[in-house]
Design a protein around this ligand. Sequence first.
Ligand SMILES: [Mn+2]
Length: 450
Amino acid sequence: MGVSFRFIHAADLHVDSPFRGLTEVPPHVREGLGSSTFQAVRHLVEAALREAVDFVVISGDLYDMADRSLRAQLSLQREWQKLHAQGVRLFVIHGNHDPLSGMQANLEWPSSVHFFGADAVEAVPVYTKEGELAAHVHGISYGSRVVTANLASRYKPIADGSYQIALLHGTVDGHAGHDPYAPCSLAELIGAGFQYWALGHIHQRAVLHRYPHVVYAGNTQGRHANETGAKGCYLVDVSETLETKLRFLPLDTIRWETLRVTIAGVQSEQALLHALEQTIASAVANNEGRSLMIKLRLEGRGPMHRLLTDAVVITELLGALRERIGEFDVSLNSVPGMQWCWVHSLEAATGAELDLNALSVEDSFTGELIRSSNAAEVDEQAMQQLLEEALQSLSSNARIRKMVRAMQTERAAGWFELAKELAAGMLTEESDSQMESLPEQDAGQGGERH
Ligand SMILES: [Mn+2]
């Protein structure tokens, strides 16, 4: 029999992340974003004390930059002192964003904080507040930014019946869109003899396996439009029989969301604006009191499509929405430090009203286009060839070529579908407008097929 204990697993705090590339952001939003990664750490410590955990583990990337900002270091020092004062131990490994080689201020850290070194995997016993041996925490930090070696294979459990926790900053089974640092396989982690792999590096939280547990805590605060949804840490309860229970605790102050709005059935600008506002209002109401960074994405097919292909219209619509959000709930946006929402972008991925099925049987150029694209969609080689031909004019620039290639593998099918609809839409619209300009008797003849 072991002892029951409770700990928090967090990772990827990225304290003092800069929020670049956001234009036209009002001061309260800019300030909110700037302090959000700091706020998440305060929430982490509050949660640890509120939930009376025995210890906390953090699996790398505490700082956003290898050369840590002084503000970030002082903030963490202050927060860790609160844990120390309550007898809560903290175990830290550093990751690719904050390797040990980075510039660090000469600060005194509370003695209860354990920073793992980069030379070897170290195992540290950890005790409950009552002084019983609860677990061993194993870890190794990144010495420099790029670690391509398999670190997981260096972890060896201590077979004394205590719970074995391994802190690792790395990539399990490869992960699209992430630097493949410290790569390892899930099978390898499962077979290593540990009860809990506390992982960091991938910012989307995920429980990859239970018994043994292999867990990404995800980051504590979303940092851009692609890090959507609630962000936080896992509260882990271990029973005397080593039963392990996880509970997600949100720590974020600002949430990034993509809200999809369909234009199907929307007949006017007024109705479109109304639909967008309704979507925003309900997202705000369902956001657990957090501030909201919103990307609006218009989708579907409908009569408003043609209007939305005009970039000026999109810009004006976005501007109008930003103004109206400020008005439709004054209490939401005017009190400093209170919950707010901001639409950081509006994009239209809409289509004209088309009946692709009906068009595909037409004996016309449009029909032929749809038929051949339908055929290519199920034939990867044909699709690749068409894409390569289409993108040839871009391939003279090495950087663009590289970028296109990287995107191509992931998105080819999506692009193709989009291109088909776009082309069919353009052709249909063109023939519509030609029809309008033709004298009636000519339009009516239509005997010859092209
Ligand atoms: Mn990270």
